[in-house]
Design a protein around this ligand. Sequence first.
Ligand code: GTP
Ligand code: MG
Length: 301
Amino acid sequence: MAISGLLERFKKGLARTAKLFDVRSWFGSKVDQEFLERLESRLIQADVGVAATGRLIERVKERFADRTADEELLTFLKSELKALLVDIRPGSLAVASKKPSVYLIAGVNGSGKTTSIAKLAQRLKDEGRTILLGACDTFRAAAADQLAIWADRAGCEIVRGAPGADPASVAHDACQRALARGVDVLIVDTAGRLHTQGHLMRELEKIRGVIHRMIPGSPHEVLLVIDATNGQNAIRQAEVFTKSIGCTGVILTKLDGTAKGGVVVAVRQSMNLPVKFIGVGEGLDDLQPFDAETFVESLFA
Ligand SMILES: Nc1nc2c(ncn2[C@@H]2O[C@H](COP(=O)(O)OP(=O)(O)OP(=O)(O)O)[C@@H](O)[C@H]2O)c(=O)[nH]1
Ligand SMILES: [Mg+2]
């Protein structure tokens, strides 16, 4: 996609968060305590997180205290935020040296796993890759149906089990099929679960274990799908899921519906987990590779 198109999508998806960062309307005001408090409260509201906010405010104070807010302050804020996100490579997913690359997708209920998988499958397919989907959400019969519809639309095959089947056995079958078919990518969907549900977290560990045994070196990515509207709760989810299944990155969905877009920074800072993709709508092309540069520009657009 052209750079300008990407910026427009980010802007649209981040419009609610960007409302908090109307820094231009503060131009001409003195950077005093009141100014810093206002900036701090905006950063907190956007869920940038206490630690990153504290650091940003300190940096602004050091440099701009008692000066007048102007373009230079805006440029400084942007570059500081970008620096917090700098080492995130846009949308890069690990690719196995030997096929298939396996991506395991997990997260709490309704966070957007299945729709994100559909969007991701479409994206990878458009890049010319062959995809197999594993429907390891056997908890609800409708879940595999939902994935099957997406698979059909994206023109890829799906492996599913009987309702109530052991999800780890479906993972096993999906790996076997992926190897037999020689597909490039296997994406494994899982049932939503709360990070506080110990037995369901263990079930997830079992799925991961099976995948790892069947395809050595895999899963190549364990992507945690986080609903951005959860704000700071996302951090706790990320901690527990990472401890359990070793997450390698985050798909942050529903940014279009929230002003808490700053959580991208909080996730990066507190968990050292890169945000790989962001969801900015319900359409198939509403999953975008996360790009720090475009993200920050959109916040202040
Ligand atoms: N606005 C918006 N809606 C989204 C986005 N991503 C997902 N959704 C919606 O969120 C709802 C839940 O999505 P699912 O993909 O079914 O979520 P899930 O995590 O698979 O849910 P469970 O399998 O039940 O845990 C659906 O209505 C999606 O259309 C997004 O980026 N923006
Ligand atoms: Mg689902």
